[in-house]
Design a protein around this ligand. Structure first.
Ligand code: SF4
Length: 328
């Protein structure tokens, strides 16, 4: 699939559920959001069908996100079925790690990876302040299990002024002994309320400068094609560092991804408000060929970048969704 800006589209991020057992303040209001009724979610059968159609169009990389995928019942059997689809080169998983540890041996057996673990601090008390749940030890057990099984792991830390900027250097120090990629992410406005700041305090430039103040030998690594992160290494460390300009949106020129929300909304950019609903089309009896045509049509009209996508949102309304309803 090639879009109207010449970008190959071969990657889909599929959100399994909008539910999550954490309440991270940058993702959801404290009281949570109005979660979708089960009947409105894509069923596992519909998701599997959709993935098969997408694979037929050239998608070879799938990432499963949420909400938190493991809060949806029967997620592992679904993963087994997905892993059996021919033509998928990579199945990645994004998880908050609270329920994941017992499943790590099966994730390994199925060849799932990389596993992106959301972890914004190394301090249990701060973890509670950010997530409003006391789950740090479970997340840490997941990290240990992933390391024990030799899985490829990326730790995603959203950098937030006044909340966890003091964790940046401690997180970077983890790469000394652990072969993980620590990814510092600019905070985005997807918290169910809209933008928290009038000016972004921790953009990727400032994060790099901060890292360099402690590690002057910080070295730029080549970024893989379609990467959304700027990669760095600290000489002598086993892991590496990625910085994701998720708000600044500097990597749209090579964007290869589609998103599907738990309710089946196809998004051709994180910042758009949804192109069409795949669930509705499927439930109205569309054939695989009709689904494929609709997807190709959407890909043929993608916004050139996240700024254009945001400007084109319905009625020009600003972003107010929660990340848990989008899938990150
Ligand atoms: S902002 Fe939109 S176009 Fe840019 S990289 Fe993200 S999803 Fe792709």
């Amino acid at each position: 699939m090639i879009d109207n800006h010449g970008r190959t589209v071969n990657y889909v991020r599929l959100a399994i559920t909008d539910r999550c057992n954490l309440r991270c303040f940058y993702c959801m209001p404290e009281a949570g959001i109005a979660f979708a009724e089960r009947s409105l979610l894509l069923t596992y059968e519909e998701m599997e069908r959709l993935v098969r159609v997408l694979v037929g169009l050239g998608v070879d990389k799938v990432r499963l996100t949420g909400g938190e995928p493991f809060v949806r019942r029967d997620f592992m059997p679904f993963l087994e079925r997905l892993a059996a689809i021919e033509g998928i080169r990579k199945i990645g998983l994004t998880t908050n790690g609270t329920l994941t540890a017992p499943h790590v041996p099966d994730l390994k057996r199925l060849g799932i990876g990389p596993v992106n673990l959301s972890l914004d601090t190394l301090h249990p008390r701060r973890f509670f302040e950010i997530t409003r749940r006391d789950e740090f030890t479970h997340v840490w057990s997941t990290l240990e299990a992933l390391m024990e099984h030799g899985m490829e792991v990326k730790i995603n830390m959203v950098v937030m002024q006044g909340r966890n900027e003091t964790d940046i250097l401690e997180m970077a120090a983890l790469t000394r002994h652990l072969p993980v990629s620590i990814r510092f992410i600019e905070e985005m406005p997807f918290n169910g309320e809209g933008q928290h700041y009038t000016a972004w305090r921790w953009d990727f430039v400032r994060i790099v400068e901060h890292l360099r103040s402690a590690y002057p030998q910080l070295t730029k690594l080549p970024d893989p094609p379609n990467s959304t992160a700027y990669h760095y290494a600290i000489p002598g460390h086993r892991g590496n560092i990625g910085i994701i300009a998720a708000y600044t949106r500097t990597f749209c020129g090579t964007c290869n991804r589609l998103r599907v929300t738990p309710q089946g909304l196809l998004k051709t950019c994180l910042y758009d408000s949804g192109i069409f609903n795949i669930r509705d089309l499927m439930r109205a009896g569309a054939s695989d060929a009709e689904l494929a045509d609709s997807i190709l049509e959407a890909v043929a009209h993608r916004a050139k970048d996240g700024h254009e996508a945001e400007a084109n949102r319905f009625a020009g309304l600003p972003v107010t969704e929660s990340m848990t309803t989008i899938g990150g």
